[in-house]
Design a protein around this ligand. Sequence first.
Ligand SMILES: [Zn+2]
Length: 1004
Amino acid sequence: MYKVREHEDYKESECIPSEQWNKVARDLENFDPSPLTANEGWKTSSAKISIPLGPKKQGNQIPKNLHHRSLIDVIKKVVEHDPRAKNFHLFPYEEYVKKGDQVERVYGELYSSNSFLEEFRNLQAQPPEPGCDLERVVLGLQFWSDATVLANFGSHKLWPVYMYFGNESKYIRSKATEETGWDVGYIPQLPEEIQDFMKHVSGKPAKQALLTHCRRELYQAVLMLLFDDQFAEAYEHGIVLTCQDGIKRRVFPRVSTWSADYPEKALLSTIRENGRCPCPRCFVQKENIHKFGSASDQRTRTTRKRRDNDWRRNLIRKCRHHLYNLGHALTGAFVKKLLDPFSLTPNENALSARLHHLGFDFHDILVVDLLHEVEIGEWKGLLSHLIRMLYSCGDNAVEEMNARFRAVPTFGTDTIRQCPKNVAEGKHRAARDFEDLLQTSHAVFEDMFGPEHSESISELLYVAAEWHCLAKLRMHTDSTLQDLVAVTVELGNQLRKFAEKIAPDFVTKETPAEAAARARRHAATQKTSTEPISTSSARKAKMYHLNRYKLHALGDYVDMICEFGTTDSYNTQIGEARHRLKKQAYRKTNKRDFELQIIKRGNIQESLLIIEQRVKEWKKKFSTHRTPSSPPTVDAEAKSNEQNSELEIDDSKRYTLARNPDASISIGTIQEKYSEDPCMRHFNVMLFDYILCNLRGVRYQVDGPRYPSHEATKLRIRGDKIHTHNTLRLHYTTYDVRRATDFIKSYLKFSSTKIQHQTDGNQNRSTIMLSAYDKDDNPKPNSFWYARVLGIFHVYARDIDGSSEDFKRIDILWVRWFGQDPDQQDRFGWKYKRTERVGFQEDDLEGMSPFGFVDPSDVVRAAHLIPAFAQRRTTELLQDSLAQDKEGDFAFYCVNRFVDRDMYMRHRGGGVGHTDQTQFTDSEPYELGESTMVPAEGLSDEQDHEDEMDDGVLAAFDRRTEVEEDVEEEDVDEEDDDVNKDINGDDEELSESGGEFIDDLYED
Ligand SMILES: [Zn+2]
């Protein structure tokens, strides 16, 4: 409602007087005392769960107040009434890019992915519904579910299930501000009374295992309510809906993806968390996870895939019969023997019960989760262990690491943010902070682990950062996927080397922060537990191992991207961002029955959004029908962006500079005042040469003046002045064909009388990259020159030999050049697992000035250079000069190619949106390395080696193949006893993953 009032077209005189607004707001909120009206589709139900209570006893409990919504009502509402559904892609397509002679498939959106295409083709192959000749289309539904704590203080939790439409572009869908998600249900917690009930029936308090079982039953019961008969009916026969283009179509809803963290994936797929076969998609054995990346590992994923087949369903049925009818104990040997080898839980799977007979398999929708599995999963684990290793080297090493992280320059508006003060302590780190640490650690950890291991650890960090970049690309092609395969194999090798050969050389214990956190956690558990738990904060020994589910998940990315499009389409981060809206809504409730109040607010919000969209549509229609005499409408977007009004907007240019300079300074003054400064030595000569080249349309030479000095007398500069700017906005097209802007700051601050260092901390944002040329002036593909922008100028100049009498405005960047590290030469990149190193050029090296001028439109992008911390700062390159940091420059800087995905693709080459000649050529595909294997006990690996690279990892590209399981003959091992530990750990999972902080948005 407030949006309405703030709208530009709202005139108070014609509408409701302001003093009545509060009343109207109250009325609106009180409107419709029951928010669960049929048209919004919300229902409150109870779900019956049956509890196995030992021989001949069985109880039913009915948790009430289960809020959920009819999926079909939401689908109808969106497809028929939400104007945003106009942009839905109802017809899938394959996307290709042609570069040179090469044609490659492009992967990105869900509606151009293999799974969507397959659904569509299958649908068209089916016989039509009797008497119906309507077009048949697929709605790809994407679900997110995750529990969240609603307030920083207090215990209220919400466990929502969100639904999104994969037919909408992921670029819109993944923006929290677009609010394209729909709440479809809230999963309740197990009611307290259940304990009383069980005590009443069996005479003793329920064991954890039984409560865990009840929680799983409840979860499936909620899914049964969500995916009701109406949904199954629509799944099979479709529903006829009038789409936004006015055409009636038969719409078939399909469950495309389900994004959740690992504990919830386990719940959904009715498997036991961290059991013998911890993966919800395949039967990989926990002890084989360290083979990650190898051919045998990849084979397991395809040949031992979990399927929702008769075998699985019969097994569960049999188990439940023994549990409920014959009274076997839940934790007894019988149940364990039956289920533990496959880590299954004795719960009927709701999705299987509802949709299996229609050809649906719930294992197929469980997508990878970059946020929990990598950023705050595997990467966090590796970083923590590196920190433990540093502690074992002494506290100084940890201090040094903290200092280095703090000294990493920021980049972009929030691409790399200022590092936390104490990385080792690990307090208050958001998921996106971990991403920043991953993108910069290859430079930070340089030479920190002694001569024996530093090199190997740098390689590992390089490969980890590269894997992360590739896994997070928003647009893939066949060749980038090939690279991801190769990098995955290498990451496996590197991690095994680290775990087997490097980590054991350090005596690692918990860090003090970890020990304290464990003690706190245990103290909290002790309050509720009867068993004694050690709450000592003495640091325990901690080793690095690889057999974790999260690591295993890293091997599924290539397959997932082929099947469902790129990871940004189904990252759990989208759901985490939506949690924020729920938290905002919660704050406005009176905290009693808050779920209902959140639903009520959500309903109003949804309706307002649709109204807003419609108003926009009408306005558009209205404005196109206006008579030509009426004044042109101002684009609201341009108007809102007020700062643009003072900018020189020129579409033909790659950059924007303000029309009015921040300062103007006379060339004579600079020359006189700073004649001693090395950066001024050839300032005039080079500046005049640059301007003359520009006026005469001649290419300016970077390595020396083109014109003899007497030519400068033919140049006229208006007022003998340069006009300076603080910021250059540089526009570019990203690899995934989007528009983006870099902000480049001037390193020096100019006033009319003097030049000084910037004091606003932005001097780090002054590094740029330009396309590099070889000796014969040909562009070198995918390689760059780097420079620090000392000043951003414009001048008005005229050539008296020229034809024009007018002064021409020329924009100029005054730069200090970086040169390649001569010792490194070309030994960087994937082949050497190192980043490029550059350093400022020495003064007057071979007669060449380390300073120069460049045209702003030649700049490719802003660059992120991280000091090579192993070498100290020096002032020897330039004696006393404004062009260097007060405390001196670092001898070298690492070029951070991992700072964002666009930068990575520029270095790699082959970005779809990168069409400039120098970046046109694709890089050679990464060579697929040999996979190293650590022989596991009792297993012959010789066979694995035989066909290591022939059919192994590349098989990920093949379409899914249905393979019969050979799991039935598995040995039964009864050693696993962690049945109690799984979903009870839910709270821990929340706190471990940082609760609040996960929701922080990423840069892209
Ligand atoms: Zn698996």
